[in-house]
Structure formats: structure tokens, C-alpha cells
Design a binder for this molecule. Structure first.
Ligand SMILES: [Zn+2]
Ligand SMILES: [Zn+2]
Length: 255
């Protein structure tokens, strides 16, 4: 990922602590518009300058062409109070080999997937297997993508519970691997709407840590009961795919 520096100089007598709050709000608008990733931006104030370092999927993720209504409004407010322009520059990237996000012209499918540790966009392109920054999708609701972040943090909370193995592990695991759980329903609803908005079939990744007896690959889709194993795993990861139920999954790692 790229690391961006977002900063503004305070050239007025405005209250600095209030400005820090306003700056914070701008960063949360960037986040819910999919322009930044993760929640740790290391924001600080140094004399008359507020600075932070968010992650982003693309070098130009913070370019004005991707701003939404709330981002534009908050930038305007901040610039007026500070008497100066917001500054954005790319300061580096996380890995030398990082190539950026999905650039497919016509993706064959999208997958809604995350885990307890990642800060990548929860939408992955099923063609190139790279993350798709949310701002590349049509606006989802209220100028942005908050429902994605809601599902994402719910999923990550469940995944954290099942990874820690001490509190609510069984409940959390069921939320993640049952196709009719509240968590899966929330995710499938997002997939359905993404497909409506983009025309790209959008699948929900169903976690699998079941104890399986017999040949798992012959087991049917848990929702419709039809065969769903793939001849070749997709991207060497997904073993199952049901085009009717819009689900993908993997063989269990609980063996
Ligand atoms: Zn792609
Ligand atoms: Zn099915």
C-alpha cells in the first residue's frame, strides 16, 4: 500500500484543538469514502501544522476526482478556518513489490472478503485477485461506503473472537461460516447491491472451519444443496463457488 501525508498549516488564530477535531473528521470521511485504509493515521500537531499518514491502495487515492460530498465540504471548511490549502503527498509504500489495486477494465466477478488483520478494501477483484478501492465502485449509500465498513468491522470482530479462542469462539465461527447468519446476511445484501450497481457478479466469501467426514469436495453448497466444487481452485485459494447463491469458500483447515 501507499502511505500518504495529509497536512494543513494553521495561519489563523483558530482554536487548535478544535481544528484537530475537524481534521480528524476529514480523515474519517476519507475512510468511509474508501480513499484511505485502516484506522491508524498517526495524526499529530506540531506548532502550526496538523499532519497525518494514512494508507491508501493507489498513489492517487486522495486525488480530488475521488472525493465525495462530505470530503469536499470538510476540506472547504478546514481550509477556511486554517487560512491555507490542504496538502497531500505520497511519502512511500509498504513493500517495494506493491503494484497497486485492481486495474481490470471488465472484472468477471468481485468477492466480499476480509479477515481480522487486513487493512485492505473488503472488495477483491476475482479476475486479478487484487483489492478494489471502494471509491472505484458507484456510490453505495449517502455518498459513500459506510455499510461496507460496518460489515467489515463486524466480520473482523467475529474473526478476532474465533482467533483468540477464549470468548464467544463458537458463536463467532457460526456467524462466519453459516450462510444464513446475521453476518452473512449483511454481507450478502452488500454483494447483491454491488452487483446491481456494477453489473459484475459479486460473491460472498463463506469461512470454513468445519469438521468434515469424507471427501469434502463432493459436499454440496450449504445454501442450495447443488455441487459447487471448482475443478481448479480459483487463484489457488477458493475451492468452492456457487453461481446461484453467489457464495465462494475454501476447504476446511480443521482436519
Ligand atoms: Zn482486477
Ligand atoms: Zn448454492
Amino acid at each position: 500500500m501507499f502511505v500518504q501525508e495529509v497536512a494543513i498549516d494553521i495561519k489563523t488564530e483558530a482554536n487548535k484543538d478544535e481544528l484537530v477535531e475537524e481534521f480528524n473528521l476529514l480523515i474519517s470521511h476519507f475512510r468511509s469514502n474508501g480513499q484511505t485504509q485502516g484506522k491508524i493515521e498517526s495524526q499529530f500537531i506540531d506548532h502550526n501544522r496538523i499532519v497525518c499518514f494514512p494508507f491508501s491502495h493507489e498513489k492517487n487515492s486522495l486525488s480530488s476526482e475521488f472525493h465525495n460530498f462530505y470530503v469536499n465540504r470538510q476540506i472547504e471548511k478546514l481550509e477556511n478556518i486554517c487560512g491555507s490549502k490542504l496538502q497531500v503527498r505520497t511519502v512511500g509504500k509498504t513493500f517495494e513489490s506493491y503494484q497497486g489495486a485492481c486495474k481490470c477494465e471488465k472484472p468477471e466477478l468481485y468477492i466480499l472478503i476480509t479477515n481480522y488483520i487486513t487493512i485492505q478494501s473488503p472488495i477483491t477483484c476475482g479476475t486479478c485477485n487484487q483489492a478494489l478501492p471502494l471509491y472505484k465502485l458507484p456510490k453505495y449509500s449517502d455518498h459513500g461506503y459506510r455499510p461496507f465498513l460496518s460489515w467489515e468491522s463486524n466480520y473482523q470482530s467475529c474473526d478476532t473472537l474465533q482467533m483468540n479462542c477464549e470468548v464467544g469462539e463458537h458463536w463467532a465461527l457460526n456467524q462466519m461460516q453459516e450462510s444464513n447468519s446475521q453476518l452473512s446476511k449483511q454481507g450478502l445484501e452488500i454483494c447483491k447491491k454491488v452487483e446491481e450497481l456494477t453489473g459484475v457478479p459479486t460473491y460472498y466469501y463463506l469461512f470454513n472451519y468445519r469438521k468434515i467426514i469424507g471427501d469434502e469436495l463432493t459436499k454440496p453448497c450449504p445454501k442450495c444443496g447443488k455441487q459447487w466444487n471448482l475443478k481448479e481452485p480459483l487463484h489457488g485459494f477458493y475451492d468452492f463457488k456457487c453461481d446461484a447463491c453467489k457464495l465462494v469458500s475454501t476447504v476446511t483447515s480443521n482436519s
